[in-house]
Write a protein of this length. Structure first.
Length: 138
């Protein structure tokens, strides 16, 4: 299991974070009886589950280790929230690319304007001929 999806020690023992010591011990005994390898024969993960339960109880039953673990849990939750906020704040593909669309449109208008001016200078006879009245010969 990866560290981010691994259940907390509190979740393993199915207790709230403010559980007092006597209730913590009861929860540990229940979890140990439920997951003991002797009761789950043939289950290859029973030993690993029991090791995690033992570690959870060892941490939560020691006040100093429990305080350090609670600090670590709060930091993990803060990191998770920060990661979610960063993903939500990241611009979408359209939001990131719209300035380039504006530049392309400006360039297209500029090129069309320059092209029109050059065309009118290169072909003045057509423009002048259209403005002159027709000549009538006798």
């Amino acid at each position: 299991m990866s560290k981010s999806t691994e259940p907390s020690h509190y979740q393993l023992l199915q207790v709230p974070a403010d559980v007092p010591a006597p209730l913590l011990r009861q929860a540990y005994r229940r979890a140990a009886q439920r997951n003991h390898p002797d009761r789950r024969r043939g289950d290859p993960q029973a030993q690993e589950a029991m090791a995690r339960i033992n570690e959870a109880y060892a941490v939560l039953s020691n006040p100093q280790r429990r305080e350090a673990y609670d600090d670590w849990l709060r930091a993990r939750e803060a990191r998770s929230r920060a990661d979610l906020a960063w993903v939500a704040a990241r611009p979408t593909r359209f939001e990131a690319s719209w300035p380039w669309g504006l530049v392309a449109a400006t360039m297209a208008i500029a090129m069309a304007s320059v092209g029109t001016v050059l065309y009118k200078e290169a072909v003045p006879s057509v423009a002048v001929a259209a403005k002159q009245p027709p000549v009538i010969r006798p």
